[in-house]
Design a protein around this ligand. Structure first.
Ligand code: GLA
Ligand code: CA
Length: 778
């Protein structure tokens, strides 16, 4: 008994050192006249957004110190529900999930902490941080007062509270503020829901702790609660006075804070690597500091969405890459970029005359690894999984969060070509009797595939790989696998015939390391050369030896699409289309001597080789064709068409509405930009909405860009950017392309439209804003 007690005590002491060191005197953080007050004194929050699951734990302290060396006084973190409660009711706050320890390390380094515990966080993270298992209740309403959703939210927030409540400033910890929900204005209007989240958090953390809401200047009033602090999110280059204008009118004495000042932007598969100029970022922050405006720089260090944690954007389906470098001042692997040095120089001016702390050395060197082959492989189609027979099921119905599913059925006799149609989330490959027929790629909005004539009894096999669940907009309820029916239709003897197979065999294989290892153990084959078109999809294993460990970037350019594990750590997704071609492998997860790598390739590699390089490759696209919409056959002939509106937009930032004065009908919206406000400017539009007959905005979910005479592809300024729900992204024509410019959007089906809402670029002076326009519906 005595011994037991002794052991327990020893364990307690071992677990506690950071806590003990960090605890300091209780303090306060409140709002005063036009400023925040820290222990009663005016305080400007200079926060660095960093995400603990995107940084290997051994590197946490280094990254926090890097932020401090930039002159930051606070770190701002989300709490990612789905990483802490991967299975309903089973919580994990250990290891890389030890969010309390992250806060204690921040405090130890003299940094305050702002916590954004969701429940929804967005963040280009799987399902915006919500756990996938919520979808097992098919009719659940997410981010609403659905009883089951709210019940789970409260349990989760209580658990986070157990970790973080002892760390609030009132309790001598570093946490000064907590965020309520996240940008609810771009999701909906629901004050009762947001109030319930507020009450839940207030109940947990006490009424002394400051709570705030973040939103956009264009929509924060929708859900703004009277007793919370309101902060604005906007990107580099934005017109800052304009961003705070409305807040200043409503609450002239409130402190101002940009709760997300976007240093860069995130990358999606199949589009260029995003960057934002250092100059704009530094000038914006300089301006804010000179005006006493607080900020959080999102991201200051983005890190990596390891494993399957990268999310996807919508409208459409635009999965995010593994790297969350974000073109942030501290790059994905924790090093200072040129942006860092410029920012540091500026920030030094605002450090009360004191020198900024030294920039810490990276914890590990960077190493290279010579090219090596992955010699063992196991066929994917032989991977074990959970099997089922009967009606089609989604991943969620099979009780699986992530991975892939094989669906198989027996075909009837179809003497002609036919078309297979289904919602397949997200990347489907179709085989008939073992022969590969083609793919259906949700990223490209594909939903169907032509099948060759088939004989009765032939086997149809569909392999569906899931990617990250959508994390933004109304589409976050993103089921994986085949959603709904599969239909096969053909014209037989001049009749349209449709089949809906009802009897399926299906097998769900998760994307865990254990499953990869198991498949290799059961079916491994060391003769890769024998792999055929059919069998090359699978798990590949290889080893590499290290004399010295360090960070490295493993190159996967010769591979197809899938996931990677190094020494059992899930490193992330790969996809040949790019732009990301290397994965960041932190040295802290490597070891001297033999290291193991497993690659799951659902498409199959050209060559099963890998090497480690000393720099990442984040901007190499390998697309089948360009993403531009300049196919001349798609250009409408508007010569004889009558515009529904002709006129002149006002100059400057902010939304403008053009009322047509009548209801117009059409499936296509064409907007012709005859001139821009500033001569010689390239035309640009940040967002467009159409209002239906009832004056409400039409859903943009089915929208697609049909045609654009000019699109600057390098900066990702394609036509789709006018309906991607992001006010900081925009369509822009290329340098030298001359007006008139034409953008045509397919609304998916005929719509009745009363008005158009237009948002120019958010930057000062609204560069590229349109002057004279003609609007058509046809
Ligand atoms: C919003 C969200 C963040 C993140 C950024 C884009 O501001 O609040 O979580 O998604 O957009 O990177
Ligand atoms: Ca946009």
């Amino acid at each position: 008994m005595k011994l037991l007690k002794h052991l327990a005590l020893a364990a307690l002491l071992m677990a506690a050192p950071a806590t003990m060191q960090a605890a300091s005197k209780p303090g306060t953080f409140t709002t005063g006249d036009k400023t925040f007050l820290l222990n009663g004194k005016p305080f400007i929050v200079k926060a660095a957004e960093v995400h603990y699951p995107r940084i290997p734990r051994p590197y946490w302290e280094h990254r926090i110190q890097m932020c401090k060396a930039l002159g930051m006084n606070t770190v701002c973190i989300y709490v990612f529900w789905n990483i802490h409660e991967q299975q309903e009711g089973q919580f994990d706050f250990t290891g890389n999930n030890d969010v309390a320890e992250f806060c204690r390390i921040a405090q130890k380094n003299g940094m305050y902490v702002i916590v954004r515990p969701g429940p929804y966080v967005c963040a280009e993270w799987e399902m915006g941080g919500l756990p996938w298992w919520l979808l097992k209740k098919k009719d659940i309403k997410l981010r609403e007062r659905d009883p089951y959703f709210m019940e789970r939210v409260k349990i989760f927030e209580e658990k986070v509270g157990e970790q973080l409540k002892p760390l609030t400033i009132q309790n001598g910890g570093p946490i000064i503020m907590i965020q309520v929900e996240n940008e609810y204005g771009s999701y909906g209007e629901d004050k009762p829901y947001v109030s319930e989240i507020r009450d839940c958090l207030r109940g947990i953390y006490g009424k002394e702790l400051s709570l705030f809401q973040c939103d956009w200047s264009s929509n924060f009033e929708k859900n703004g609660l009277d007793d919370l602090t309101w902060t604005m999110n906007f990107g580099t280059g934005a017109n800052i006075d304009q961003q705070f204008r409305r807040l200043g009118e409503l609450r002239p004495n409130a402190p101002k804070m940009c709760s997300e000042f976007w240093s860069g932007w995130f990358d999606k598969w199949g589009a260029r690597h995003e960057t934002r100029p250092a100059k704009d970022m530094v000038e914006g922050m300089d301006e804010m500091l000179s005006k006493g405006i607080s900020f959080s720089l999102y991201m200051t260090h983005g890190g990596t969405s390891f494993g399957h944690w990268a999310g996807a954007n919508s409208p459409g389906f635009a999965p995010d890459v593994t790297s969350y470098d974000y073109d942030a001042p501290i790059n994905e692997y924790g090093h200072a970029t040129p942006k860092f040095w410029e920012l540091r120089k500026m920030m030094a001016k605002y450090n009360d005359g004191k020198k900024l702390p030294a920039v810490p050395k990276a914890p590990m060197p960077i190493i290279t690894i010579p090219k090596f082959e992955l010699k063992t492989f196991a066929e994917l189609l032989l991977a074990p999984g959970k099997e089922d027979r009967g009606a089609l099921k989604t991943f969620e119905e099979m009780d699986m969060g992530w991975g892939m599913m094989l669906y198989s059925t027996t075909l009837p006799d179809i003497p002609t070509q036919s078309v297979l149609t289904a919602e397949m989330h997200d990347f489907a490959q179709v085989f008939i009797n073992g022969e590969y027929i083609g793919k259906v790629d949700r990223v490209k909005n594909e939903k169907s595939l032509t099948l060759p004539p088939v004989k009765k009894g032939q086997k149809l096999l569909i392999l569906v790989e899931g990617m990250g669940r959508i994390n933004f907009g109304r589409a976050i309820k993103d089921f994986k696998g085949i959603v709904g029916d599969v239909t096969i239709s053909a014209e037989v003897d001049n009749n349209e015939v449709t089949w809906k197979p009802r009897e399926w065999w299906q097998c769900a294989t998760d994307d865990s390391y254990e499953t990869a290892v198991n498949t290799l153990r059961l079916t491994a084959n060391s003769n890769i050369n024998k792999a055929t078109e059919y069998t090359k999809r699978g798990y590949y294993r290889g080893y590499f030896n290290l004399k010295k460990v360090g960070d490295t970037f493993l190159n996967f350019e010769t591979w197809g699409k899938g996931q990677v594990w190094v020494n059992g750590h899930a490193m992330g997704r790969i996809w040949s289309i790019g732009p990301q071609q290397t994965l960041y492998v932190p040295g802290c997860w490597l070891k001297k001597g033999k290291n193991e790598i497993i690659v799951l390739d659902v498409v199959g590699p050209k060559e099963a080789v890998v090497w480690g390089q000393d720099k990442p490759e984040l901007n190499k696209l390998q697309l089948e064709k360009s993403n531009k919409h300049n196919n001349i056959g798609d250009k409408p002939d508007l010569n004889s068409a009558t515009p529904v509106a002709t006129g002149t937009f006002k100059a400057g930032n902010g939304w403008q509405t053009i009322n047509f004065g009548k209801t117009a009908k059409g499936r296509y919206l064409a907007i012709e930009c005859l001139s821009t406000q500033k001569n010689g400017d390239r035309a640009a539009i940040a967002e467009l909405y159409l209002q239906g007959q009832d004056g409400k905005r039409l859903s943009r979910e089915p929208w697609k860009t049909k045609y654009a005479n000019s699109e600057e592809e390098n900066g990702n300024h394609l036509g789709d950017k006018v309906f991607d729900l992001q006010e900081s992204t925009y369509w822009q024509t290329e340098k030298g392309a001359s007006a008139p410019h034409l953008l045509v959007i397919d609304l998916g089906s005929e719509q009745s439209v009363k008005a158009l809402e237009y948002l120019p670029r958010a930057e000062q002076g609204a560069p590229g804003s349109v002057k004279n326009y003609k609007i058509y519906l046809y």
